[in-house]
Design a binder for this molecule. Structure first.
Ligand code: KG4
Ligand code: ZN
Length: 350
């Protein structure tokens, strides 16, 4: 079957066409139009500006995705669109476009949870053969930090989550404190990678909730520690060595907590597979450290991370999630009415 995926929950306008045969997912096109330059001067995503930009770009992006896949609207069997969570003005552009096309082209429509999409980014390519349930997903994005247990496809149990900031949000806030601009995650990661290993400033950040018995996280304290350290010695902000040492310590501190809690959860729930999902899964240090820690601590568990192309927001992951939802749906006829029935929600629950 052929699926058109659409994603507009934040600052990327994305469309992708995927083909599925015998459960094998092939990405025929994956177009992402990023708004980074537009939002950079505001230091973060401005919802109404994002919506205006999505509106400008969504039809050309869909056109390009369909043309690149060498398909026509009549070839489509399903449209899958992110219908939450996210910024409501941004989401509405994607869902309204999807509803209109579903009605016009007579193609069934499915709404997809954005985080389910991120989890399904791991199922793209052949790795699917290596999946073993239960699956434990470490979700790390700009809006979410969660440990999610999946006993089977489409069943999500949140067994731990952040009590304050999401980890991506913490990366972005630390970048702002250090004057590294937006988006913060890649900038902090780049500087952390340039750290030479010389402990010139002896920076040590806290590892909040590392020792707590539950599976929750807290990241606002690490960010505040960065703020206080720089306030104490503002001239350090001009020293590249200081910034790179701080970025490296921050990256290590958040990874230490994320990984320790994931291993703790794995010891309790014995997953066959651990997955990393969400935009922060693009972080090289976290990817490598999680893989090596799983190998070291868990004998019967494999660790998968998404390909970098599918780590950040994209529509191929939404189309992939659409396939799993569609496959498990008894009443497929109901999808034909979604052009009028589908809802859009900023705080959609998984
Ligand atoms: O999943 P995503 O693209 O959007 C949401 O669903 O929120 O995640 C975006 C987040 C941002 O906070 C961004 O700074 C962070 O992912 N991010 C990174 C890296 N690349 C993106 N954080 C750390 N290291 C990276 N390389
Ligand atoms: Zn995302």
């Amino acid at each position: 079957m052929i699926i058109l995926g659409l994603e507009t929950s934040c600052d990327e306008t994305a469309a992708s066409v995927v083909s599925v045969e015998n459960d094998k997912i092939t990405i025929l096109s994956n177009i992402v139009s990023s708004q980074i330059a537009l939002h950079a001067k505001w230091g973060g995503v401005v919802p109404n500006l994002a919506a205006r930009e999505h509106l400008k770009n969504i039809l050309p992006v869909i056109n390009e995705a369909i043309e690149k896949a060498k398909k026509k609207p009549v070839d489509l069997d399903l449209i899958a669109v992110t219908n939450g969570p996210g910024l409501i003005p941004a989401l509405l552009i994607g869902t309204t476009t999807a509803k209109t096309l579903s009605y016009l082209w007579r193609v069934p429509l499915l709404g997809i949870h954005h985080i389910e999409g991120h989890i399904c980014a791991n199922f793209i390519s052949n790795k699917i053969n290596r999946l073993k349930f239960p699956i434990l997903a470490l979700v790390v994005s700009g809006g979410h930090t969660q440990l999610v247990l999946m006993r089977k496809h489409l069943h999500y149990e949140i067994i731990g989550e952040t009590v304050d900031d999401a980890v991506g949000e913490a990366f972005d806030k630390v970048a702002r404190i250090l004057n590294l601009g937006y988006p913060g995650g890649p900038a902090v990661a780049k500087l952390a990678d340039s750290y030479t290993g010389e402990k010139k400033f002896q920076i040590t950040l806290p590892r909040p909730m590392l020792k707590s018995a539950n599976l929750n996280f807290s990241f606002s304290g690490i960010k505040t520690a960065v703020l206080y350290a720089t306030k104490k010695n503002p001239k350090n902000l001009k020293d590249r060595k200081y910034i790179s040492e701080m970025c490296q310590e921050f990256q290590m501190a958040v990874s230490d907590v994320l990984i320790a809690k994931t291993i703790r959860a794995a010891k309790k729930y014995s997953p066959g597979t651990i997955l990393l999902a969400g935009g922060v899964s693009a972080n090289k240090y976290l990817r490598e450290k999680l893989k090596s820690s799983v190998k070291e601590n868990l004998e019967n568990t494999t660790c998968l991370v998404p390909e970098l192309t599918y780590s950040m927001d994209n529509a191929a992951m939404i189309a992939t999630a659409g396939y799993y939802r569609w496959k498990n749906l008894k009443d497929k006829k109901s999808l034909e009415k979604n052009w009028k029935n589908m809802e859009t929600s900023a705080s959609l629950k998984i």
